[in-house]
Design a protein around this ligand. Sequence first.
Ligand code: SF4
Length: 146
Amino acid sequence: MSTSETPAAGMTTLPGAGTNWKADGRCREVDPDLFFPEVGTGQSSAAKAVCLSCEVRLECLEYALTHGEQGVWGGTTEGQRRAIRRTRRDQPEREPEVEDAKSQRNSVILQLTHAGLSAAEIADRLGCAARTVTRVRTSRRQEAAA
Ligand code: SF4
């Protein structure tokens, strides 16, 4: 992707284009270079701030996870998306009938945690209690430490 295009604008030239979420990306309104900081400079916070208020953040994040995009997408850096992929790989395989809404919600909570959202932000986005977010995070930490 050209670095002269924002992530959402770049969708028009990539496989998978045709989804309509890209039209609502907030990055269409700002300097595209913001979303492609030099690797290792830690200068991704400005782009992440834009993503925080973007209505299509989850769709954008899923797209970037699937397509191995560079730069800031869905409020995450490439390194954070690698961590999300690892989290997903580490989760045990489940039969489709066992994969209920609760486990899907917990997975999203962990993904948004990796993306840097606070418990309150995640709770607000998912329509659950902040203590539920905290419980899922604590449970995950305990599993990782075991
Ligand atoms: S989440 Fe960020 S990168 Fe993705 S469309 Fe929204 S503003 Fe652009």
